[in-house]
Design a binder for this molecule. Structure first.
Ligand code: NDP
Length: 345
């Protein structure tokens, strides 16, 4: 492996995906400038990775014009940027301010700061999402194939008026802005996006209470520990990927020039909550009787007419051997059980 970058700027470094990315950057020998919203969040990272080459920059709100200017103006050693910071939850009442503006303005702000202050930056990776790929009206159409070349058809009007679609809009419009910037503003850097579906994996970030759990791991936590009455555990087939594979997909574009200009659709395939329950019941016998069993062994078999995926382009480019669902669920639940025990005390 050739390290072509000395110092990497990682935005939103205290988040679930970002902290795994930080860990892997350090393991691969990079120095990391980590943006966090507060000194306390930065201190958590310094304590988590003692003695490691982490420098902090406080960026309280990525929406503010010029949010990243000072950081990039002051540090000319940064030659690559990984932009992960963006809100990930369902909008409560104000999709524009809760989701769309932070995602879009955050992306514009990081790109303009690089262009203005950091001509030495040659590689930029943005965390986009499967949300920018999928068309929700086709989820039960088996002839539909989602791939690196598929785009969400969401409109700005839908995203600003229908709360259930706003997150999808935030990722789609932010990613479109990224590719527009690269095409029209001819910056010095090449760009890559990482487009994961539901990301699961062990908690490394600070989670003081269950309501602060990141959204995707929250699906597993609540699906297993707080299931709704009459839940059909096979009803929502979705695709997933391990957070450690997502972290690697963010870093490989810094090391492999052939990943420039690509959308990396990283996924290990389909899962249902039933398949998760089967693994948790098997691997954590102490939970038996305390969590549902559903209909063991039925996995995805009851779900009709699900869309297809084709991410062979990404897989060939990355050469990642994805974690299996069992590895991921096991490692994730070790930390989710610790969290549950802590909050139940
Ligand atoms: P987290 O909520 O753990 O991370 C989001 C990060 O963004 C946090 O560090 C958060 O800071 C920061 N952030 C959000 N809004 C702002 C803001 N206005 N100003 C400054 N920082 C902000 O979630 P994930 O790690 O899951 O998400 C990381 C990225 O991955 C996002 O871009 C998300 O859209 C994308 N993604 C996630 C998937 C998943 O299943 N987890 C799937 C596909 C894409 P703080 O916590 O301090 O508010």
């Amino acid at each position: 492996m050739t390290i072509k970058h000395n110092k990497v700027l990682l935005t939103g470094a205290s988040g679930f995906i970002a902290i795994h990315t930080l860990k892997l950057l350090l393991e691969r020998g990079y120095t990391v400038k980590a943006t966090v919203r507060s000194q306390a969040k930065g201190q958590y990272l310094l304590d988590k990775f003692p003695g490691q080459p982490i420098e902090l920059a406080i960026v309280e709100d990525i929406r503010v014009p010029g949010a990243f200017d000072k950081t990039l103006e002051e540090d000319k050693e940064i030659t690559a940027v990984l932009h992960t910071a963006s809100p990930f939850f369902t909008a409560k009442e104000d999709p524009l301010n809760e989701l769309l503006i932070p995602a879009l303005e955050g992306t514009k702000n990081i790109l303009s700061a690089i262009k203005k202050h950091a001509p030495q930056v040659t590689s930029v990776v943005i965390t986009s999402s499967f949300a920018a790929i999928l068309d929700p009206s086709k989820l039960h159409d088996h002839s539909t194939v989602f791939s690196e070349s598929t785009w969400s058809p969401i409109t700005w009007e839908q995203a600003t008026t229908d709360l259930s679609t706003s997150y999808r809009g935030s990722k789609t419009f932010a990613e479109k802005e990224f590719w527009r910037f690269i095409k029209e503003e001819s910056p010095n850097f090449t760009g890559t996006t990482v487009n994961p579906p539901a990301v699961f994996g062990p908690l490394l970030q600070d989670v003081p209470s269950v309501d602060r759990l990141n959204t995707s791991n929250g699906l597993l936590y609540h699906g297993v520990f707080n299931p709704k009455d009459g839940n059909d555990f096979n009803s929502t087939p979705h695709i997933w990927v391990d957070v450690r594979d997502v972290a690697l997909a963010h870093i490989l574009p810094l090391e492999k020039p052939e990943l420039a200009g690509k959308r990396l659709f990283v996924t290990a395939g389909f899962f249902s909550l039933q398949s998760v329950l089967d693994i948790v019941n098997k691997d954590f016998p102490e939970l038996q009787g305390k969590i549902p069993v559903g209909e063991p062994g039925t996995g995805l078999s009851k779900v009709p007419n699900v869309y297809q995926i084709d991410n062979h382009v990404t897989n060939e480019l990355l050469g990642i051997k994805y974690h299996t669902l069992e590895e991921t669920v096991k490692d994730t639940f070790k930390t989710l059980i610790e969290l549950k025990n802590k909050v139940d005390k």
